[in-house]
Ligand binder design. Structure first.
Ligand code: HT9
Ligand code: FE2
Length: 350
């Protein structure tokens, strides 16, 4: 197949205090997130001057991918578009059309299946093409990469480095705890094609955690969730990281390394929910705490992007370590499979 561009598609984040409210409105439109939760999350962003690191981190990833492409002879311009904040994907795809792009690949900054991790990115692709209308380029999303060996190696090295930052006498007894973004239990049950049994997101996260722990030579690890946002009466994946730190403290664990396996870079949910809240909780419990880095700024991440592209362009074999399926590759925003990762049923407005 001949492709003529790569679009890096991400979540987006505010770049100043005035962006915070409109950004959050874009994220939560029609999603039943309680207003108290929105106020709290707005405070988290304002704590950092209203600037999420996510756009800067994505621009750094794009610069690294451009350098990797130049070095390896991949002749594709790289574009950047977001779901929730500027540069909005609709505007980016319009610019791609104006530049004469006809047939582009799309790299999502989520490695996962599930509604939030995969299908919503397909929806973004379809919405952007519809907004552009005539002449919109064909857009083919790259696959879920939760088990890519370069992702696993980068996380594993980050875990090893974090273990070494712990006080030497605490290292041997330290527990490695993986976290990913919680989602409603119903959304996880609907993740993946129904014929494959659902729960694709939590299964992929659990497998990624196992692979990273094994690659780091870690014998025992836990998997927990973070950044829950729905109303309390709706069940989300549990336990939460902070509750889990209490459980570990009660059972005598004195040190933890927390690895945010569910995120490719240190965006706000990592620097607030882990580096601020979980750090405070650990201090309160008298536990030593180190947070493993994310792979986005590891040189291997740009190579990962290039090899995913080459799976499509040059028939390079898929580099995969896991046994859970990896879907995600479809054209122009169609779902991966019939009934796959159906959007949650929303309450009708009163
Ligand atoms: C699975 C998953 C990923 C990983 C896959 C991927 O990377 O895409 C992810 C990433 C991210 N989530 C992010 C931010 C937010 N997520 C929210 C809300 C929600 N996330 C959900 C799930 C996920 N989210 C869900 C089920 C909701 C409930 C509302 C809904 O059903 O959509 C809200 C609303 C406020 C709140 O309630 O927290 C915000 C502000 C940022 C950017 C951070 C920055 O600015 O640096 C990133 C990378
Ligand atoms: Fe989120």
């Amino acid at each position: 197949m001949n492709y003529d561009a790569l679009l890096v598609l991400s979540f987006g984040g505010p770049e100043g205090p005035d962006d915070v409210r409109p950004f959050l409105e874009n994220v939560t439109r029609g999603r039943g997130v309680p207003p108290e939760r929105l106020d709290a999350v707005a405070e988290h962003y304002l704590h950092f001057g209203g600037v999420s690191p996510i756009n800067r981190l994505n621009r750094e990833i794009i610069a690294a991918v451009e350098a990797e492409f130049a070095l390896t002879g991949v002749d594709l311009p790289v574009y950047f578009g977001n779901r929730n904040w500027h540069p909005m994907v609709e505007d980016t795809v319009a610019g791609m059309r104006d530049d004469g792009v006809r047939n582009a690949l799309v790299f999502p900054t989520s490695a996962w299946g599930g509604y939030s991790g995969c299908r919503q990115y397909h929806e973004d692709i379809a919405r952007a093409r519809a907004a552009v209308g005539e002449g919109a380029p064909q857009l083919t999303k790259l696959r879920q990469y939760y088990d890519h060996p370069l992702l696993v190696d980068a996380f594993a090295d980050a875990i090893t480095a974090a273990l070494h930052r712990l006080p030497a006498d605490k290292r041997a007894g330290a527990r490695v705890v993986f976290t990913a973004h919680s989602v409603p239990v119903s959304a996880d049950a609907a993740a993946g094609p129904p014929s494959a049994g659902g729960h694709l997101y939590s299964r992929q996260v659990a497998e990624a955690a196992r692979l990273c722990a094994a690659a780091a030579g870690v014998a025992e690890h836990d998997l927990v969730w973070q950044s829950r946002s729905g109303p309390p009466q709706i069940p989300w994946l549990e336990p939460d990281i902070c509750d889990h730190l209490e459980t570990l403290a009660d059972s005598g664990v004195e040190a933890v390394v927390v690895c945010p396996v569910g995120f490719v870079s240190d965006h706000l949910e990592v620097i607030w929910d882990l580096d601020t809240e979980a750090v405070e909780k650990a201090a309160e419990l008298g536990m030593a705490f180190e947070r493993a880095g994310t792979p986005g700024d590891d040189p291997r991440f740009a190579t990962l992007v290039r090899t995913l592209v080459q799976e499509r362009t040059s028939g390079v074999a898929a580099a995969r370590l896991g046994s859970e399926p990896a879907f995600g590759t479809t054209v122009d925003g169609s779902p991966c499979n019939p009934g796959c990762c159906e959007p949650p049923v929303r309450r009708r407005p009163a």
